[in-house]
Design a protein around this ligand. Structure first.
Ligand SMILES: [Zn+2]
Length: 323
């Protein structure tokens, strides 16, 4: 691949725009792509370098298109921030290439012949093509989001990832290609006030699709006021082991600004709230009972407190004598 003349710092290009052309095409296999002028349907049937097989209304069986043509068009985008979708500029399969480039998050089209632009101001919501709304990242289609949420996801991703092609999951601390990271809302988006929703720098964190996003979303893990990951107890199997791996880690997205959102998550989403509600007197009781090795249950005033106490001890691995 040729080196772009501009650096990623000049333009807020999404990671997809830096993707290897073949990989960019692979994520579009089977998706109905509309050409920019005329809205004709193109469907990628196969990606087998050096060509991609494209079905058009005229060629139902598919016609091979050199992948190098897309590489060339991408290079023009990197270099200039725009590319004119015309055979003189991008070759005789310009309609198909325009349809592919139109799927890049943040792309806009103006003029005639159409000029496709990328890389608006960082952190600003971009108008998207219909297909761009569907394909913000590889794992997103399964999440069933609204158009507004998808648009916001673009802004969040630009803030969290910028132009990087890899980033660190805030929960497990592993580095992943950004296509495997979700910009996860800490507080549920539908319940955020307008000002919270606009607090893009703190309302979301990168969470990997290898479990962290799902565990947080489903409330099996949360982040306490000290920024430490805590997990619900009593979960067996691979999910329980995954929770164990995360328990006690420092969450990289925790800060004074994001703490209220994490607290909201602790209270409303986390499935082990009882673990958070051990008050000072209960803790004193636990310490006392450990020291004396006696069961303190008779001192516990109600059954809820007792349940909470037992779970806390189990969670902490504390042995406090017999019932
Ligand atoms: Zn992770």
């Amino acid at each position: 691949m040729p080196e772009p003349d501009r650096t990623p710092d000049d333009l807020a290009l999404p990671a997809e725009a830096w993707a290897d052309a073949a990989n960019l095409l692979r994520r579009l296999v089977g998706v109905e792509l509309r050409t920019i002028s005329g809205g004709r349907r193109n469907v990628i049937l196969a990606v087998s370098p050096p060509t991609v097989l494209v079905r058009t209304e005229r060629s139902p069986q598919g016609q091979p298109v050199p992948i190098a043509d897309l590489e060339h068009a991408l290079h023009l985008l990197w270099r200039d921030g725009f590319v004119t979708i015309h055979p003189d500029v991008v070759g005789h399969r310009s309609s198909f290439l325009g349809a592919v480039l139109r799927t890049l998050p943040g792309s806009t089209v103006k003029g005639s012949p159409p000029c496709l632009e990328l890389g608006a101001e960082k952190g600003v919501s971009h108008p998207l093509s219909d297909i761009g709304k569907e394909l913000i990242f590889d794992g997103e289609l399964s999440r069933g989001r609204t158009v507004q949420e998808r648009l916001e996801q673009v802004s969040l991703r630009l803030i969290l990832f910028g132009t990087e092609d890899s980033a660190t999951c805030a929960l497990c601390g592993e580095v992943y290609p950004v296509s495997f990271l979700w910009a996860a809302h800490i507080k549920k988006r539908s319940l955020c006030s307008d000002s919270e929703r606009r607090d893009l720098a703190h309302i979301a964190m990168p969470a990997c699709v290898f479990g962290c996003d799902a565990l947080f979303e489903t409330g099996l893990i949360t982040v306490n006021d000290g920024g430490i990951i805590i997990g619900a107890g009593g979960v067996d199997g691979i999910v329980g082991r995954r929770i164990e791996d995360l328990r006690g880690r420092h969450c990289l997205a925790h800060s004074a600004e994001s703490e209220p959102y994490f607290r909201w998550h602790q209270i409303n989403i986390f499935r082990g709230q009882d673990l958070l509600n051990v008050n000072r007197s209960t803790l004193a009781l636990i310490r006392f009972s450990i020291r004396k090795s006696v069961p303190p249950y008779s001192s516990l005033v109600d059954s809820w407190q007792l349940v909470r106490f037992r779970r806390y001890c189990q969670w902490q691995g504390l042995v406090i004598g017999n019932d």
